[in-house]
Design a binder for this molecule. Structure first.
Ligand code: CP
Length: 637
């Protein structure tokens, strides 16, 4: 039995097969291919196209449809779980089509259903059948997907159609240009996956290439195996600055894929700001004379009605293809029911905590958080992330987060995760002896004791840290060309605290406020956020033409900084980025040189440097300590 939860569940050949079935929709209708079959549509969120085109497709195939007109009038309103609903409805129908506002909800239903389940959109995650319609439309219009350049435009962060679409375009060898509204950029994990799995690289698009569409955001070009490298716009390193000159210009744009602002997935008060739109000026540009305009619809005001009258506006065709494509998909899934062929998605080895307490997905909209009874907390263990951290990726919502503490179930010891432990932890994972904890409290409640580390030596005390922060602040002011453009961005968590202290010094010196933000390297939701106690719901930080000071506590391999720079670059083109760190340990793996350093501590690879700040440690005074690592591997019996 095959489900369709993600576009990754289908191989390229299977997608082609579905398209062939869609091409033969009139014959499928004549043959009444689905006679005697029943489809249930369970839509917990509004829909016009997806729901009605699925229902139309099933009717045309000779099948029947059952539905709840409004899930608020179903037993969900009495508190029935997703698991129970899936179980019950699968005894009434042969296929379930589900849309839900929680990330991963459709997967939770599929795990409990006895018939195939199709994802008709889950939270911010995926909308794979929309992607099938998009690819089908593009192929019909442009002949082949390979080599096309598609500009995805608007809310690339919250738009679930976009995430499915860019992976699918990459799989078929198309190039992608991202043109995001400020604060709505394509998530970093999507970019990293495109780089890792499809060999895509990132380059900036020359500013005037798309100026008819947007003036306030910058475009990025993602293309397979091009000579372009990730171009980081920074003064942190001269080599990186030089790469900026490899801007891509004069591209042939085959399609613009416009999306609406997903206001329903945004916090109140954060929905304002400029937004890329397509209108009459786009139509007049000779550069776009062969560029088709697509939109998953519904539109709001990002797509002018002027475009409707032009042959290039193909979004109503795109919506109409929803019926034959979904007819093809239903036929494909019905034919697969007896097949033992697994879905295309590789089943990785999941991590599930062997202990009653264990990691929890931090995404508040994840189905594992909202509906614990219908789900099992499982994660993909992601080692080898660009920053060297060990990450967990939630199986349901794909949200990634950093592992803080690891424990060994046999020795009942724990320690904070360190890159040096990667082989040991991999070994524990294989033997199912790995415990992961979100906090020390959690580990100690389960009777785990800390691994011993070597003797600690304080290398900076409170006064020295304070002096270093003050000196860095003075240097920043001396180098700054325009204080109005200054933006302090700290890497979460300790870099962010130091950044706030630097901002405090700048404010005391200049008697004015400075903007401060925080970068989340590992998560998959809010990558850059403003730190403002008074007005937490202000608009996203604008990075364009800013003098950014990136702040972290310790620089070692440089990989964290590289990821942070990539996120900054994606969010807008600042005038410059300078790097401030409290401690520079040397040992760089990537060419990043900090501009401001509190203290240079050349240290051996076995040594660990920890910055302890009172904001993070609560009861401790500030200090920086150095100690040797005693590997847990050596103490495990
Ligand atoms: N494109 C799309 O999913 O539209 P609906 O929300 O109307 O189903």
């Amino acid at each position: 039995m095959r489900n369709l939860l993600s576009i990754a569940d289908l191989t390229n050949d299977e997608i082609e097969q579905i398209f062939e079935l869609a091409d033969s929709a009139p014959r499928l209708a004549t043959d009444k291919t689905a006679a005697g079959q029943i489809m249930a549509t369970l839509f917990y969120e509004p829909s016009t196209r997806t729901r009605l085109s699925f229902e139309s497709a099933m009717h045309r195939l000779g099948g029947a449809v059952i539905s709840c007109s409004d899930m608020k009038s179903s037993s969900a309103a009495k508190g029935e779980s997703l698991a129970d609903t899936a179980k019950v409805v699968s005894s009434y129908a042969d296929v379930l089509v589900v849309r839900h506002y929680w990330d991963g909800a459709v997967q939770a239903m599929a795990e409990n259903a006895d018939v195939p389940v199709i994802n008709a959109g889950d939270g911010r995650r995926e909308h794979p059948t929309q992607t099938l319609c998009d690819l089908y439309t593009l192929r019909k219009e442009k002949g082949e997907l390979r080599g096309l350049t598609v500009v995805v435009c608007g809310d690339l962060k919250n738009g679930r159609t976009i995430h499915s679409l860019v992976f699918a375009l990459a799989r078929f060898g198309a190039n992608v240009v991202t043109l995001a509204a400020n604060g709505m950029e394509l998530p970093q994990y999507v970019i990293e996956r495109l780089e890792r799995e499809y060999g895509y690289s990132l380059a900036p698009v020359a500013a005037d290439d798309l100026s008819e569409v947007v003036t306030e955001t910058d475009a990025l070009y993602l293309a397979p195996k091009q000579p372009h490298q990730l171009a980081l716009f920074t003064q942190v390193d001269a080599a990186m600055q030089n790469r900026l000159n490899t801007m891509v210009s004069g591209l042939r744009y085959d399609a613009f894929y416009v999306t609406r602002k997903q206001k329903e997935r945004m916090k109140e008060g954060t929905t304002g700001g400029s937004y890329p739109s397509i209108g009459p000026s786009f139509l007049k540009q000779s550069r776009f004379k062969e560029t088709v305009v697509m939109h998953p619809l519904p539109r709001v005001d990002e797509l002018s009605r002027e475009v409707d009258k032009d042959w290039r506006g193909i979004y109503f065709k795109q919506a109409a293809y929803g019926v034959p494509v979904r007819m093809g998909l239903l036929k494909f899934l019905f034919d697969q029911r007896e097949s033992k062929k697994p879905s295309a998605k590789k089943i990785a080895k999941w991590y599930q905590s062997p202990e009653p307490l264990g990691p929890q997905c931090p995404n508040a909209n994840c189905v594992t958080v909202t509906e614990t009874g219908s789900t099992r907390r499982r994660f993909e263990l992601v080692s080898g992330s660009p920053s060297g951290a060990l990450l967990l990726a939630c199986v349901y919502c794909n949200h990634r987060f950093k592992v803080q503490f690891v424990g060994h179930t046999k020795s009942k010891r724990y320690c904070s995760y360190d890159m040096a432990l990667s082989d040991t932890v991999g070994d524990w994972f294989k033997k199912k002896e790995l415990a992961i904890f979100d906090s020390i409290k959690e580990a100690e409640e389960l009777g785990y004791e800390p691994y011993k580390s070597g003797p600690q030596r304080t290398i900076m005390d409170q006064t020295e840290i304070q002096d270093a922060v003050r000196e860095i602040s003075q240097q920043i002011l001396r180098d700054c060309e325009d204080v109005d453009r200054l933006l302090i961005l700290g890497v979460k968590t300790k870099g962010s605290y130091i950044g706030q202290r630097i901002a405090g010094e700048l404010e005391a010196d200049r008697k004015r406020k400075f903007e401060v933000g925080e970068i989340e390297i590992y998560g998959s939701l809010e990558e850059i956020r403003r730190i403002s106690v008074e007005e937490p719901n202000e608009l996203p930080l604008n990075l364009k033409d800013r003098e950014v000071i990136l702040v972290d506590d310790v620089i070692y391999t440089g990989r964290t900084v590289k990821t942070a720079l990539s996120i900054i670059f994606k969010a807008g083109r600042p005038r410059s980025v300078r790097l401030a760190v409290l401690i520079d340990r040397g040992h760089r793996e990537v060419p990043v040189k900090p501009n401001y350093v509190g203290k240079h501590i050349p240290s051996s690879e076995r040594e660990r440097v920890r910055v302890k700040l009172r904001e993070a440690e609560h009861d401790e005074k500030d200090k920086v300590v150095i100690y040797s690592m005693i590997s847990p591997a050596e103490t495990v019996v």
